[in-house]
Design a protein around this ligand. Structure first.
Ligand SMILES: *Cc1c(COP(=O)(O)O)cnc(C)c1O
Length: 387
């Protein structure tokens, strides 16, 4: 029988053991974690909507109107007016004919890959895609091929090598551990030229990138008509929970018929959909939130530049400080925590061996003094051993 104790011990020895911290209140920059006040720089709540008064009020009204549990899957009787209205509003906002809600982004990605690809087909993925896209590709039963990071030429070569079956290309819009933005125009032309279907997972772009916050397509100046499938999560910039897939009428109907992670799971609570509708309204009525986030990104990068803290080229809210060795990274994270700054160490297998990092994320609701404190503490981090 598998020796679980040994495996756990080994993880500890390799500094790969993960454990949870307990937070006492809402998601926001100033938190109490494990009983200690900290400034958090690791949340994906990029616009501060997880604890926004209008979003909370909509959630409470939703619970009063619909109760708490949805009671059943969408195809039984769990699909409420709230879910349906949110799907329509998301379609209007993204510019796609239809959208479909999933309970989580992980499930959306598994469901899409399994519904649209199978034996004899190919799923092609960026090497640095999120785990849920890679797992979707594996579970689909199609041949999974990974192309070099953000390299449309390598993708093209791999597409050319596959002349049988359908081809599905999956990419993050903003890469979750690096913060760089996909070359969407390059992906679109590679897919158009080689009869492949493209899906962009915009978990970290939706709500924040582009003039109107429509995400990485708007940022790249690419029309929804050129990207047949678009997916985004609602638990990050929108501050609630869940995910949606956007596409044509036929695509969405196909997912409703075929995506197992859609069919065989309880619909998320209607109140969550009501809260998300409120977030979507805030995102559209408050461009200043995106402006504040952009100002914070620029301010943070300038401060780091002046104090010699080494950053990558990322222009998004995800600003990794790559340290390299796992143990050094874990120690750096602990040192930061001792100074009241919470940033988790991201280690293999989440990122490649030798590229462990502090994944700093900025939010519109961080103040200048939060960022000043962060930069002053980051100065104590040893220089990168990865480059
Ligand atoms: C967070 C994330 C997901 C998963 O979404 P959940 O709603 O948290 O399950 C999928 N793709 C990417 C790129 C993500 O960052």
């Amino acid at each position: 029988m598998k020796n679980l104790g040994n495996d756990l011990q080994q993880r500890k020895a390799q500094h790969l053991y993960r454990s949870r911290r307990i937070s006492e209140g809402p998601q926001q920059p100033e938190m109490v974690i494990d009983g200690r006040p900290v400034i958090s720089f690791c949340s994906n709540d990029y616009l501060g909507l997880a604890n926004h008064p209008e979003v909370k009020a909509a959630f409470i009204r939703g619970a009063e109107k619909y109760g708490v549990g949805s009671g059943a899957a969408h195809l039984i009787n769990g699909h409420s007016r709230a879910h349906h209205a949110l799907e329509e509003e998301l379609a209007g906002y993204t510019g796609y004919p239809r959208t479909l809600l999933f309970s989580t982004g992980y499930m959306a990605n598994l469901g899409v890959a399994q519904a649209l690809a199978g034996r004899g087909d190919s799923v092609l993925e960026d090497r640095l895609n999120h785990a849920s896209l890679l797992d979707g590709g594996l579970l689909s039963g199609a041949r999974l091929m990974r192309y070099r990071h953000n390299d449309s030429n390598d993708l093209t070569e791999k597409l050319v090598s596959r002349n049988q079956g359908d081809k599905l290309v999956l990419s993050d819009g903003v890469f979750s551990m690096d913060g760089d933005i996909a070359d969407i125009a390059g992906l679109v032309s590679a897919c158009n030229n080689h009869d492949a279907m493209l899906m962009i997972d915009d978990a970290h772009g939706f709500g924040v990138l582009g003039r109107n916050g429509r995400g990485s397509l708007e940022h790249a100046g690419v029309s929804p008509a050129d990207v047949p499938l678009y997916m985004a999560t609602l638990g990050k910039a929108l501050g609630t929970a869940g995910a949606f897939v956007a596409g044509s009428e036929e695509l969405i109907e196909t997912l409703i018929q075929q995506a197992r992670t859609y069919i065989y799971t309880t619909a998320s609570p209607p109140a969550v959909a009501e809260a998300t509708r409120a977030s979507l309204a805030v995102i559209q009525s408050s461009p200043q939130l995106r402006q504040q986030l952009d100002d914070n990104i620029r301010y943070f990068r300038n401060c780091c530049n002046q104090t010699g803290v080494e950053l990558t080229d990322s222009q998004t809210a995800i600003q990794p400080v790559i340290i390299g060795e796992t143990q050094t990274t874990v120690e750096a994270s602990e040192q930061l925590l001792a100074q009241g700054i919470l940033i988790t160490a991201i280690r293999p297998p989440t990122v490649a061996e030798g590229t462990a990092r502090l994944r700093i994320t900025l939010s519109a609701v961080h103040s200048r003094s939060h960022i000043d404190k962060l930069v002053s503490v980051l100065k104590i981090i040893p220089p990168s051993d990865a480059r």
